[in-house]
Write a protein that binds this ligand. Structure first.
Ligand SMILES: O=P(O)(O)O[C@@H]1[C@@H](OP(=O)(O)O)[C@H](OP(=O)(O)O)[C@H](O)[C@H](OP(=O)(O)O)[C@H]1OP(=O)(O)O
Ligand SMILES: Nc1ncnc2c1ncn2[C@@H]1O[C@H](COP(=O)(O)OP(=O)(O)OP(=O)(O)O)[C@@H](O)[C@H]1O
Length: 489
């Protein structure tokens, strides 16, 4: 960043989550990512600098190792003129969704992260003047816990996302239950993946956003007012997928364009654009491959068929790598929580050990190496407990990250790397895949996770499952009645 030349008018509001806010440069393909805090929680500039540096180090030393060089963009910490940050904050305030305004942008430290703008990611494959489409997916947890520490039987059958949907709707976070199930997306089975992506397009919540030339065109700007007009979306997408033919407009065209989008995204998600070395993690797929609550598998069950299982994700693809990191949660929160308490107890006795245990960093090579020990034999030591706690934090990070897929038409005669071109039937699309929001989850969030897990499961069991049981017993009663009638006859 050239300090003297920072002009807030060159930046525009881009988006935000729970913990950070992003502004994008109008011309250059970079974004600034600022931390956000509740109004009363002031942190010193040194603390903020350290926090940001930790994010960069964690990306470089841990996530790049696990997910691959090409997928992870760590960026760098930059120091900005305070006046620029203040003016920028004032300028963008009116564009911020109300539901995110419970936290304020940090304007006091002057520190932020500078990252490539992944919605407009330009590689040598993308000609600069070409339009760019970007699909952002937050896939969430793609497996059902296999740990023997799980006490609620339901957790072995229904995935956390599907259970959580019901609590989210009950608490007013979203209006409708989504048909999306992460296990379908992570299945590697094309039919299931298509269903998952279509479900995301129907009910995007905060799991899907689409950008065209860096502008949000579909999905949530404000968490509570999603836009879901497929016709309008198809209008934006048509030039990407049907560049030269005059597909008539109307529902047929809309369906054809959406289908093409779903196929292209599936293809890209299954591709392995990372040529780096394979990840050091090999936990192997365990646990059920199908979530009982997924409408896709339900419909198969109703037809008396088995859900098509894992066709298997190709090992180099980002979904596979992300799932492997998620699976570092080997014990489930129920098995992890007592280990967290063991570490807590130790820290109460030896508070100065927090530093040597690397709870707040540094997230260096040594931190990474310890994560590779996936044994689950508890020898009763603090060292064992700590390793599981750190692995859990990393797994939770992978369960909450987002995948960015950028697509851009390329010239027919471009002799670029064929592996980075989607062999779409009607157009040649160059693509790139990246991952974002790789901030290590805080150690302090573990008690919250434990409570939330209990809440999600008990709400689901009490309401939804009870309703299902009631429906089943009505059906059973009906069939009994039916038998009685038959007897009478
Ligand atoms: O717990 P979950 O699964 O609801 O995930 C939270 C996300 O909610 P989601 O369910 O994706 O709508 C939540 O997303 P939203 O704020 O709801 O968009 C955050 O990503 C949160 O992470 P953090 O506390 O900001 O680090 C996420 O919390 P973590 O559990 O990842 O810490
Ligand atoms: N490098 C980037 N390029 C383009 N867009 C980005 C980039 N980083 C973040 N964004 C956009 O900003 C949004 C918020 O960023 P991010 O997910 O990092 O926020 P967060 O507050 O950390 O999220 P969470 O709510 O999960 O804690 C993203 O959903 C994405 O749309």
């Amino acid at each position: 960043m050239e300090e003297g030349k920072m002009d807030e008018n060159e930046w525009r509001y881009h988006g935000e989550g729970n913990k950070s806010l992003v502004v994008a440069h109008a011309q250059r393909c970079v974004v600034l990512r600022f931390l956000k805090f509740p109004p009363n929680r002031k942190k010193t500039s040194e603390e903020i600098l350290q926090h940001l540096q930790n994010i960069v180090d964690f990306g470089k030393n841990v996530m790049k190792e696990f997910l691959g060089e090409n997928y992870v963009h760590c960026g760098e910490v930059v120091q900005l003129p305070l006046e620029f940050v203040k003016q920028l904050c004032l300028k963008i305030q009116c564009e911020r969704p109300e539901s995110r305004c419970d936290k304020d942008l940090d304007t006091l430290s002057g520190y932020a992260m500078c990252l490539p703008n992944l919605t407009r990611l330009q590689t040598y494959r993308f000609a600069e003047h070409r339009p760019i489409l970007c699909v952002e997916i937050k896939p969430k947890c793609g497996f059902i816990p296999f740990s023997s520490n799980v006490t609620h039987e339901m957790k072995h059958k229904v995935c956390r996302y599907c259970m959580h949907q019901h609590l989210k709707v009950a608490t007013g976070k979203w209006k409708k239950i989504s048909k999306y199930c992460p296990l379908d997306l992570y299945s590697g089975n094309k039919q299931r993946m298509h269903f998952a992506l279509k479900s995301l397009l129907q009910e995007a919540q905060n799991n899907l956003r689409i950008f065209k030339n860096g502008e949000l065109i579909y999905g949530c700007g404000d968490a509570r007012s999603p836009v879901a007009d497929w016709r309008e979306l198809a209008h934006h997408l048509k030039p990407f997928f049907f560049p030269s033919n005059g597909l008539a407009s109307g529902p047929h065209c809309t369906r054809a364009v959406i289908r093409e989008l779903v196929h292209v995204i599936t293809w890209v998600l299954l591709s392995s654009s990372d040529k780096g070395r394979t990840s050091a993690l090999r936990p192997g797929l365990q646990g059920p491959r199908v979530c009982e609550a997924s409408p896709f598998s339900r419909s198969f069950r109703h037809q008396g068929k088995n859900t098509p299982e894992h066709s298997g994700l190709p090992k180099g693809c980002l979904l596979y790598k992300t799932l492997q990191v998620q699976m570092l949660d080997l014990l489930d929160i129920e098995g992890l929580y007592p280990l967290y308490n063991r570490v807590e107890q130790y820290l109460e006795d030896f508070p100065e050990a927090r530093k040597t245990l690397q709870i707040d960093g540094p997230y260096d090579e040594a931190f990474y190496q310890k994560l590779l020990d996936v044994s689950t034999e508890d020898d009763g030591t603090v060292a064992f407990a700590l390793t599981k706690v750190q692995q859990y934090r990393v797994a939770m990070t992978a369960k909450d990250c987002s995948i960015m897929i950028a697509l851009s038409p390329c010239l027919q005669d471009a002799s670029s790397d064929q592996r980075a071109i989607v062999p779409s039937s009607r157009s040649r699309l160059a693509f790139s895949v990246s991952v974002l929001d790789l901030d290590l989850k805080p150690y302090e969030s573990i008690p919250h996770q434990y409570k939330l897990d209990g809440k999600i499961v008990s709400y689901y069991s009490k309401t939804v499952h009870a309703k299902d049981d009631a429906m089943m017993s009505t059906r059973f009663k009906e069939s009994e009645d039916c038998t009685l009638v038959l007897h009478k006859v």
